[in-house]
Write a protein that binds this ligand. Structure first.
Ligand code: TTP
Ligand code: MG
Length: 359
């Protein structure tokens, strides 16, 4: 078939935790959680990730560290060391690049590789390349990854997630639909908890049921994204592997020691976050179009607010001023604040080197 594509999706296993285990022989084999300090049961903040030993206890990314601590008090809890992960990621991306015709970095620990040319469209050859990649990453970085091979990005991504850790899953042309069919719809790109709920109400639980559902009805219910859901559920995805890396946003957030409305606590933390985001904007040399804030209240209820600027900016003051404007209404209460975050999005690059900035 002319133009048939062979796409790899590579995703490192328990990435932050695996980097830590590599650096600290004394914690190897133990359940490891990377995130905030649980402070013996009084800590705040969330889990960034954990190794597979900790996952056996039910610990997961984005879970409050307190809950992780309750599930697994014997876990080793570590604060994240982003420099270590970024440096490791850069070296791994260099390894991957050497095996791809085209490569698209989509996160600190994941990338799509188009190997259609060098494999001459052969999935057997692609499997050999994937084996080489795994061997090289293990030898040079002492880390394992999981790889999915498929005719498109969507299915390759689902395939890398299919068997983890240290997995290799091949979905050949023609097998896409059958591969996806038993999966819950939530696994599909772009389907979050809200959409999942609406689909459930329509009696659609699996990707197979979504694929079989009337495309016109889906479009009526969800608009143009409904048509996309239908194509995705059928394993169809034409999107290209796009060279380079675009950080979609630069942001930081912080969890307070106690839920608070005290401006003497909130404002200095807010200023520090803004400075940090501004520094990263400067280091990356990007312009941003939109400034956003996130506020999480007692009880975990979370809101986000964003405002677009009249012109793309690089200015620290634009971040601070806009973010403060968005934050201010929440400082008046009545709900106490648990976490605040500031993020810039709609990033434009003045050209030059695209660098890994953020995940
Ligand atoms: P993931 O690839 O989603 O997770 P992982 O590599 O830790 O584990 P898996 O084996 O399932 O791939 O994310 C990569 C890194 O991004 C992860 O190591 C930590 C970070 N991360 C967060 O900081 N917060 C999050 O909510 C998630 C999902 C990831
Ligand atoms: Mg990963």
């Amino acid at each position: 078939m002319a133009g048939a594509r062979v796409i790899l999706h590579v995703d490192l296993d328990a990435f932050f935790a695996a980097c830590e285990e590599r650096e600290r022989p004394e914690i190897r084999g133990k359940p490891v959680v990377v995130g905030a300090d649980p402070k013996g049961g009084k800590g705040r903040g969330v889990v960034a990730t954990c190794n597979y030993a900790a996952r056996k206890y039910g610990v997961r990314s984005a879970m409050p560290v307190l809950l992780a601590y309750r599930l697994c008090p014997e876990c080793v809890f570590l604060k994240p060391n982003f420099e270590l992960y970024a440096a490791t990621s850069e070296r791994i991306m260099a390894i991957l690049r050497a095996h791809a015709d085209k490569m698209e970095i989509v996160g600190i620990d994941e990338a799509f590789l188009d190997v259609s040319g060098r494999s001459a469209g052969s999935f057997e050859e692609a499997e050999r390349i994937a084996g080489e990649i795994k061997k090289e990453i293990l030898a040079k970085e002492k880390l394992t990854c999981s790889i999915g091979i498929a005719p498109n990005k969507l299915v390759a991504k689902m395939a890398s997630d299919f068997r983890k850790p240290d997995g290799l899953t091949v979905v050949k042309p023609g097998e896409e639909k059958a591969f996806l069919a038993p999966m819950p719809v939530r696994k599909l790109w772009g389907i979050g908890p809200k959409t999942e709920g609406r689909l459930k109400e329509m009696g659609i639980n699996t990707v197979g049921e979504l694929a079989a559902f009337d495309a016109v009805k889906l479009a009526e219910e969800f608009g143009s994204i409904g048509a996309w859901f239908h194509r995705a559920a059928n394993g169809v995805d034409e999107s290209e592997v796009v060279e380079g890396w675009e950080a979609k946003s630069i942001g930081r957030e912080t969890t307070f020691e106690e839920d608070t409305l005290d401006e003497r606590v909130i404002i200095p933390a807010f200023e520090e976050i803004c400075r940090d985001v501004a520094e990263r904007v400067a280091r990356e040399g990007v312009f941003f179009k939109t400034v956003g804030v996130k506020v999480r209240f007692t009880g975990f209820h979370t809101v986000t607010r964003a405002k677009s600027l009249p012109h793309p900016s690089q200015m620290a003051e634009a971040i601070r001023k806009t973010a403060l404007e968005l934050l201010e209404p929440f400082l008046e209460g009545p709900r106490k604040i648990r976490l605040i975050g500031v993020r810039v999005t709609g990033l434009l690059r003045a050209g030059g080197q695209k660098k890994l900035a953020e995940f």
